[in-house]
Design a binder for this molecule. Structure first.
Ligand code: GLY
Ligand code: MN
Ligand code: MN
Length: 436
């Protein structure tokens, strides 16, 4: 879905930022065992994918700006008919050049022999430490080897620079091709949420509702969710990252569904909360309206020129006002906001960057200040109210209600576009949909 020329453009852009006399080294994600000798489904590292589109494990991408024999090198597994019979085809170094645009490619087994030579004499090494400790160790080994050769006139690298800084700033601004994929992820996810609302009924297990959603994802070509699907009935909706999904959905409860598909490596992230039996109770509806108003206020503040924190602040104000109005908090709104009295009910932030990773990369602050919102950024807006089942400070009728409403928002030149607007969120729309 992302064309080869875009991967090439990204590498070029990154190398221009790195400058000559430098080298970038990025490792593919390792395979991870699930049980004994079976593995989790493989998912390429997002940075590695962003620069290469190369889907295999056991690979290392190297960029050497200005290198005459070629700036883009890939180390990867060699072709191996016996292994390929078991595990599927491999590109091999030839395929890496032919299909993935590498200027040069080598068997991964030659990494120890070739990479130190490429690093030699480069003043700056761009890499990401701390993601894969085994790879960090190897990197340090190569550097030490170069240091030991200093007396032979070999100059070891001087500076280690965090690659994240340059690369993640690039990833924060989505291109037209990326937005096309993200719109598709949003569209599939929207359909899945509508399906869940239609399928929901008392007595169903939470995992059965999750299955409805993931079925819709897979049938549309999104083979994995972008994160573990959350289906929390009743008080389970108050557990922010609830993923057990094991309980029965009860008549009279709400269910909170936080689910998004991953489509061609890009995530959607959507939450809807709706009544299991299709009708909100008075208390559920009252709190729901507060969360919805908070979400709408936050989305209204999501415009270029505002700061990252403005949507969050808007949601805090509306939620605090709502909690006061309904009697869950007592006091003056200004003071309650100041004292963060809303936090037991709304303990998280209003959103996060969204992209290849569901909690995507990119700085939220620049020079210690919340950064300005700019066109091309994509993020979620997801306020919530969660009344703990054992909160004795509020009337019993509120306890155990958990509500979050989450949409994915793209900042445009003159405002924003809600990528996930196709999922109903007005209470009456939801009730109408669930009535069939
Ligand atoms: N699904 C995780 C989140 O909303 O951030
Ligand atoms: Mn979510
Ligand atoms: Mn989210």
């Amino acid at each position: 879905m992302i064309p080869a020329r875009e991967f090439a453009r990204r590498r070029k852009e990154l190398m221009a930022l790195m400058g000559e006399g430098s080298i970038a080294i990025v490792a593919a994600a390792p395979e991870r065992p699930r049980s004994r000798d079976t593995l989790w489904p493989y998912r390429q590292d997002s940075d590695f994918w962003y620069l290469s589109g190369f889907p295999e494990p056991e690979a290392v991408l190297v960029l050497v700006p200005g290198r005459e024999q070629g700036e883009y090198l890939l180390f990867c597994r060699e072709r191996d008919p016996a292994r390929e019979l078991w595990d599927g085809p491999r590109a091999g170094p030839e395929g890496a050049k032919e299909h993935y645009g590498a200027d040069d490619a080598f068997p991964i087994d030659t990494l120890d022999d070739i990479l130190p030579g490429l690093m030699e004499g480069k003043g700056r090494i761009y890499c990401t430490l701390g993601k894969d400790p085994a790879f960090d160790q190897r990197l340090l080994g190569w550097i030490n080897r170069l240091r030991r050769q200093a007396r032979a006139g070999i100059s070891p690298p001087g500076e280690f620079v965090d690659l994240d800084h340059l690369l993640h700033e690039m990833r924060l601004f989505k291109s037209a091709a990326e937005l096309k994929v993200m719109r598709k992820a949003a569209e599939i996810t929207a359909r899945a949420h509508v399906r869940a609302m239609r399928a929901c009924r008392p007595g169903l297990y939470e995992y059965q509702l999750a299955a409805e959603i993931e079925h819709e994802f897979a049938m549309a070509g999104a083979l994995e969710p972008a994160y573990n699907t959350i289906v929390g009935g009743g008080a389970n909706g108050c557990i922010l990252h609830y993923t057990a999904n094991a309980a029965r959905l009860r008549d009279g409860d709400l269910v909170l569904v936080d689910a998004g598909c991953e489509y061609h490596h890009y995530a959607a992230d959507v939450t809807r909360t709706f009544p299991v039996n299709g009708r909100f109770t008075a208390e559920q509806r009252a709190l729901y309206e507060v969360v919805l108003a908070a979400q709408e206020a936050a989305i209204a503040a999501a415009v270029p020129g505002n700061h990252w924190n403005d949507p969050h602040d808007a949601s805090v104000r509306v939620i605090t006002e709502g909690l006061v109005e309904l009697g869950l908090l007592r006091g003056r709104v200004e003071e309650l906001v100041e004292q963060e009295a809303y936090k037991p009910f709304y303990p998280h932030r209003a959103g996060h960057w969204l992209g290849m990773d569901v909690h995507d990369v990119g700085d939220y602050k620049v020079d210690k200040r919340w950064r300005l919102l700019e066109p091309g950024m994509v993020f979620t807006v997801e306020p919530g109210i969660y009344v703990a089942p054992d909160n004795r400070k509020v009337a019993k009728k509120w306890r155990g209600i958990g509500i979050r409403i989450e949409d994915d928002v793209l900042l445009t030149k003159d405002g924003h576009e809600i990528l996930t607007a196709a999922v109903p969120k007005k209470a009456e729309e939801i009730e109408w949909l669930m009535k069939g």
